[in-house]
Design a protein around this ligand. Sequence first.
Ligand code: NAP
Length: 292
Amino acid sequence: MEINGKTKVVGIIGWPVSHSLSPLMHNAAFCHLGLNYCYIPLPVAPEKIGEAVRGLEALGFVGANVTIPHKEAVIPYLAELDVGAELTGAVNTIVRTPAGLKGYNTDVDGFLRSLKEDLGYVPVGKKVVILGAGGAARAAVVALALAGAAAIVVLNRNPERGRALCELLAPRLRERGWQGELAAFPLPPEDGEKVFQGANLLVNATPAGMEGFAAELPLPLEQFPEDLVVYDMVYNPPLTPLLQECRRRGLKAVNGLGMLLYQGAAAFTLWTGREAPVEIMASVLAKQVKNQ
Ligand code: NAP
């Protein structure tokens, strides 16, 4: 890759960002298509976030990704939000437009595309159980509701946070015409059989199983329906403890590498107007995750 006077710049704003796989993934994609773009890490301390976002415009960045802990904090500095960002209240991609900076949540699109490509799962009319009530769970709830899921159950360790997620998202989704059910219960659930009855997708949107975090999820695995498919947003290690358990029980299950890939692919298209070379990006991610 040759950087010259015409190179267009994008980057990732986070704190820290040194662990991010996005620079390698996007730079490989730019190189593959011969695009004169460059993707750089942009570590930004929380108290500097406003200056940093305004700086994107001043410095002529094409856009940026946004990661923890800034996904919500960038919103006041943006001119416009897409549907996913508005509903989740979180932005992971910024695009500079003639009207100002626009925020997107491509985790929403990335999750849905991964469900389809990696599990062959289409949410229309289905019941889904989601573990967790943080940012990733919010993206999953919004994605599933926008895709027509009939019922979404959120299980969270801190039940208050689960209820708060429902109170935040239910009115927003209703306003968009979603007529499905959204409910929250504690994790572990008191009546696992009832919670899982009729569900055919389980999504882990907690860091449990991720390197450095507790491995175990307090789940009534023996009460899972036999046709349940499982999406674990964790991808490091690639064969997570939840995936191992699912395999032992013969349940179809995938990790969250596809979500990472497809949120990146959606951002790539927003910045370049080109379809992302997902095979190249996927091979970069797979190699990195294996090496970590
Ligand atoms: P977050 O906002 O910090 O929320 C974490 C959630 O997980 C909370 O609801 C927390 O429950 C719950 N939790 C944490 N440890 C737990 C444990 N040991 N057992 C049960 N519940 C636990 O985090 P986030 O941004 O939503 O991210 C969650 C996970 O998704 C992370 O591992 C992240 O890497 C992954 N993720 C992956 C992708 C992808 O592209 N594949 C994208 C986004 C996120 P309490 O409220 O009770 O604390």
